[in-house]
Structure formats: structure tokens, C-alpha cells
Design a protein around this ligand. Structure first.
Ligand code: AMP
Length: 280
């Protein structure tokens, strides 16, 4: 696997690939890789000649400095995992390389950024948009892969490439889970042993809510999930919202019928976990 630390190195590598008329799949990440990330690499390998990954912990998308400073860094292990997965190229730039000047572009995503992660983490999606635009410009992939774990981010990225006419196909990938149901996340490694035992309850409660969908109104189902989360003292519920999968408009009724998704954010100590469940 070719490891590029500078934009010039990465662009040079990509130029050679394009000269050979090979197509490129791209998986942007913040590292501390797990099987969820690797599932995106695998999806890209199936559809493209060359798969590139990036690892960059993007400071401007963190609205909480301690979360940024404590974000796990495991580059050597990440490189090993990417090599084992057959990734062809890794772009792992420094902060100075990506932001020689402070980034000040402002993007607007309308209703998509007004709810849930957008409401709770001011500036987060603007930071995500800035870095993803830069990365897509450097790597110029044919396809780029994003996990449904960060479902709202996926819609924001789709909106970004549509607004800026970036010629890339955005491919959604399903959530990969631990055997006990916990959605894989780089932040899981920061949970204590005790927290890690309890964390899968989030998934269990979400799954159980699927069976309750037809028996309850939207407000009843929201209350049921919220109450169940709040019953567990290690959890601090930030939000549970049921929203339209296309527009992210929060639902108040199951009618008119739309594809609905339940979105949750829960704190365990200072670790923030997110997950979602499809009700269709
Ligand atoms: P991150 O490194 O957390 O920024 O994630 C990089 C990409 O991997 C994003 O598109 C995430 O949605 C995706 N991802 C993270 N965790 C999972 C998971 N458990 N299953 C599928 N995709 C994931």
C-alpha cells in the first residue's frame, strides 16, 4: 500500500492511476480503524480498480476540544489493517498540510443540519463539509463510501456534492456491529469495561422499538425509547428522534407514511455514542 503524507504525493499517485484509466474508490476516515471502516474498504474494492483511504482527525469538525484531544490515534495498526484488507493507497496528512490557512468556507444544508447532530454539535457539519470537499478534490474518486452509522453525515455529503457538482458517486454502507449489537465506533475503545458491557443496551432498545412501531404513535414510541434509556443510570440521553430518512424532518405521526429512522445519541461518561434504526 502506498502511504502519502502530503497532498503533492497523493496527487502524483492519483495522476498515475488516472493515466492508466483505472477508476478509484475512496473511503475517508479519522483512523482508529475497526471492521466497520474495513467493510467500506471491502465495498470499494468490489466496485473499483483502486481503493484509497484517508486518515485525518479533522480538528474543525470537533465542537468539543477534549473529544478531539482524546481521539484515539493508532496509525501503525491502521496501516496493517488497511494492508490486510488490500487497500491500495492511504492519504494521511498532517493538520498543517490540510489547513495551511484557517478554513473559513461556510456551507448551508438547510433542514438537514438543523436537527440532531447538527443541532447538538454547532459547526460540526460545516467542518465535515470543508474536509470532505478538500479530500474529494485531492483524490478525485469515482465513488466515495460513507457509513449509515453517521446517517445524517451521509445526507450532508450527498447534499455537498450535489451543491458543488463534485463528480463522485456517494455510496452508503450498512452499519457494522459487534456480536452483541453495539455499533462499531472508534470511540468504543474509550469505554471502560463496565460501560462496554452496558453499551449494547442502546441497540437492544432500538431493536425492540421496531416491534413496537405498529402499536404506538410516534410520540409514544419516542417516550418509550427515551424512558428505557433513562432507566439505565450509566446512560445520559442527548436525543432520540424519529425522522424522515430523506429529509430528516422529525415526524409527529406515522401518516403520511415515509421511510422513518430512529436516531439516538447517548453519553456514557464523556463518551458520546450514536446509533440509528430503520423502521422500514
Ligand atoms: P470515522 O472514522 O468515524 O469518521 O468514520 C469513517 C467512515 O466510516 C464514516 O463514513 C462512518 O460512517 C463509517 N463508519 C464508522 N463506523 C461504522 C460502522 N460501525 N459501520 C459502518 N460504517 C461505519
Amino acid at each position: 500500500m502506498k502511504v502519502c503524507k502530503t497532498i503533492n504525493e497523493a496527487k502524483y499517485y492519483i495522476e498515475q492511476i488516472k493515466q492508466n484509466k483505472l477508476n478509484i474508490g475512496f473511503v475517508p476516515t479519522m483512523g482508529a480503524l475497526h471492521k466497520g471502516h474495513i467493510s467500506l474498504i471491502e465495498a470499494s474494492k468490489k466496485q473499483n480498480d483502486i481503493t484509497a483511504c484517508s486518515i485525518f482527525v479533522n480538528p474543525i469538525q470537533f465542537n468539543n476540544n477534549s473529544d478531539y484531544e482524546k481521539y484515539p490515534l493508532t496509525l501503525d495498526k491502521d496501516i496493517e489493517m488497511l494492508e490486510n484488507a488490500g487497500c491500495d493507497m492511504l492519504f494521511a496528512p498532517s493538520v498543517a498540510e490540510m489547513y495551511p490557512e484557517p478554513a473559513n468556507e461556510k456551507y448551508s444544508f438547510g433542514a438537514l443540519e438543523k436537527v440532531m447532530e447538527g443541532a447538538m454539535r454547532p459547526g460540526h457539519f460545516n467542518g465535515v463539509a470543508i474536509v470532505v470537499k478538500k479530500l474529494l478534490e485531492i483524490i478525485t474518486p469515482d465513488r466515495s463510501y460513507f457509513g449509515e452509522k453517521d446517517f445524517q453525515q451521509l445526507l450532508i455529503i450527498k447534499s455537498l456534492v450535489a451543491q458543488l457538482n463534485i463528480p463522485v458517486e456517494i455510496i452508503p454502507c450498512p452499519i457494522l456491529r459487534e456480536p452483541d449489537g453495539l455499533a462499531m465506533s472508534s470511540r468504543n475503545m474509550r469505554l471502560t469495561q463496565d460501560q462496554r458491557v452496558i453499551a449494547p443496551e442502546i441497540y437492544k432498545i432500538l431493536q425492540a422499538s421496531k416491534d413496537q412501531k405498529n402499536l404506538n404513535s410516534v410520540p409514544e414510541l419516542k417516550k418509550m425509547v427515551s424512558d428505557q434509556i433513562n432507566c439505565i443510570s450509566d446512560f445520559r440521553l442527548e436525543y432520540f428522534e424519529i425522522a424522515d430518512a430523506k429529509t430528516l424532518t422529525p415526524l409527529t405521526d406515522w401518516n403520511p407514511p415515509v421511510c422513518a429512522i430512529g436516531f439516538i445519541a447517548v453519553f456514557m461518561g464523556e463518551i458520546r455514542l450514536i446509533d440509528n434504526v430503520k423502521y422500514f
